[in-house]
Ligand binder design. Structure first.
Ligand code: SF4
Length: 382
């Protein structure tokens, strides 16, 4: 039997990207490598140097997976000043190579922060359809306080370059989203937001454009109203389209130098989703249009055993912080059964990432025993 795996490193199935490569990256990488080779260098420099050597086809260590910049990532690099390039490579190398090589240091390469766990949609492929998650009495979902958000950002700043504001809920519904974006602005080279764009009014559009985002993803799976509403239950394509159009006009008019790469990304769940149709509708409004693979999030705990025994890369790539401060290794486990704990007076993000619960979970995966842990044994993510 063929086992369908969700390969997190290659989750984009199709992408159409505006060509943005006016400034070829290779000479910039070569200049950076010369500078680093002349420096004495600590851990940060060593990681960046390895990234440069790989990109210049002169790897320092042949035993490690090779690092490369895929075209849609190169667009992000093209928009960065040279002074930010080392931080970007530090992020991207750790994000891609560390999970593949099972390398670990004291902080996750990427932090996924949930400004709110609440969502106005009930997409057919999403865990928001599970009433165990959404019933208020169960207490899984809520709004992150601004104080907690500041604490997360303060600990991440300088340790991690990739922070995504999104997880189980719709971030633009968060009560303090404007203040959160303002607080995180300028602190991370790869600040990202995923949104369904339903609440993308002018105030929030300005907050996003002022936040110096690296990537802004509009989660949209269809180019026809009927299909859109069938997949994105409670959503209407015309409102989302109008919001994204208004965002694009505002950006063009008032933020022409914003580096943010915008992407319409849909979950590929079946027939009728055509990338050419998507490009026709969205291509003039955003930098990239893509389809990503589907993880069966909506029924995680009822899935049959997946048969996958390869370790899950997310255990080396990302850590999630829920709205109430609970930390989790992933959002496939949306009910937090794998949670190593909570950000509180006793535990920091770093202590949880390097702590015993995470260590034991990684060990089970490395030993080929993820089937003994729920829901990892039912999950197809590698
Ligand atoms: S459920 Fe387990 S295997 Fe699946 S993404 Fe989460 S940690 Fe990885």
């Amino acid at each position: 039997m063929t086992v369908h795996t969700y390969d997190k490193a290659n989750s984009i199935l199709e992408i159409r990207s505006r060509d943005g490569s006016a400034d070829p990256v290779r000479p910039r990488i070569a200049r950076l490598r010369s500078r680093l080779a002349a420096a004495s260098g600590g851990r940060f420099d060593a990681v960046v140097l390895r990234a440069c050597e790989d990109l210049l086809d002169e790897p320092i260590d042949d035993s490690l997976p090779r690092f490369a910049l895929r075209p849609h990532v190169q667009v992000e690099v093209d928009r960065l000043p040279d002074s930010w390039l080392p931080r970007y490579l530090f992020y991207r190398y750790r994000y891609e190579v560390y999970p593949a090589a099972r390398l670990l240091d004291d902080f996750p390469p990427c932090l996924q922060v949930e400004p709110t766990g609440i969502c106005n949609y009930r997409c057919v492929f999403c865990y928001q359809t599970d009433q165990v998650l959404t019933a208020p009495a169960n207490g899984h979902l809520g709004m992150m306080s601004l104080d907690l958000f500041r604490r997360v950002i303060d600990e991440a700043e300088g340790r991690c370059e990739a922070v995504t504001l999104a997880s189980r809920g719709e971030p633009l519904m968060a009560r303090d989203i404007d203040a959160m974006l303002a607080y995180a602005a300028g602190k991370f080279v790869a600040l990202k937001v995923n949104t369904n764009a339903w609440f993308l009014d002018e105030r929030r559009a300005r907050a996003l454009l002022d936040a110096d985002l690296n990537t802004l993803v509009f989660s949209v799976d269809a180019a026809e109203p009927e299909l859109y509403s069938r997949l994105r239950v409670n959503g209407k394509l015309d409102r989302v389209l109008a919001n994204v159009e208004a965002f694009a006009r505002l950006r063009e008019r008032e933020y022409p130098r914003a580096r943010v790469v915008t992407r319409v990304a849909g979950v590929r769940v079946g027939d009728g989703q055509d990338i050419a149709d998507m490009e026709r509708l969205w291509g003039g409004l955003v930098d990239q249009v893509a389809f990503v693979d589907h993880v069966p999030w909506e029924r995680t705990y009822e899935q049959p055993p997946s048969g996958v025994d390869a370790p899950c890369s997310d255990l080396w790539r990302r850590m999630f912080v829920w709205a109430d401060g609970r930390v989790n290794p992933c959002d496939v486990d949306y009910l937090s059964t794998l949670s190593p704990g909570r950000l509180d007076d006793n535990d920091s993000l770093m202590s949880l990432w390097t702590g015993e619960r995470y260590r034991a979970l990684r060990q089970e995966h490395l030993a080929g025993r993820r089937d003994r842990t729920s829901p990892c044994g039912r999950c197809n993510l590698v």
